[in-house]
Design a protein around this ligand. Sequence first.
Ligand SMILES: [Zn+2]
Length: 124
Amino acid sequence: MAYHKKEYYDQDVTEGMMDAYKKIIELTGEDVGREGLVKTPERAAKAMQYNTQGYTLDAVHILNSARFREDVSEMVIVKDIELYSMCEHHLHPFYGKAHIAYIPNGYITGLSKLARVVDVYARR
Ligand SMILES: [Zn+2]
């Protein structure tokens, strides 16, 4: 599955998250000024935005970008689509596999688009 790493980050969101991550790191007893941690709040802020970028992506638009006329009525199944996500209760990362099945209604969609849609919902 091709991931397009998010390259642009909202500056206000990044700074707000950096402040929060600095606080979290301090509350663990660590020194945010320590060499290995100096850039951690910024990295964590960007990682969080990347991991939640599904909120800014439109699954319907992705599906419609690769819709092909096809007169098949048999079920299409795509198995073992890798997904990476975060538990909303603890913000712990997890990964797994998704399977999608659908019955075409005059159209089929590109397989890679289904994987992207899984990614859109996993990154929320
Ligand atoms: Zn959890």
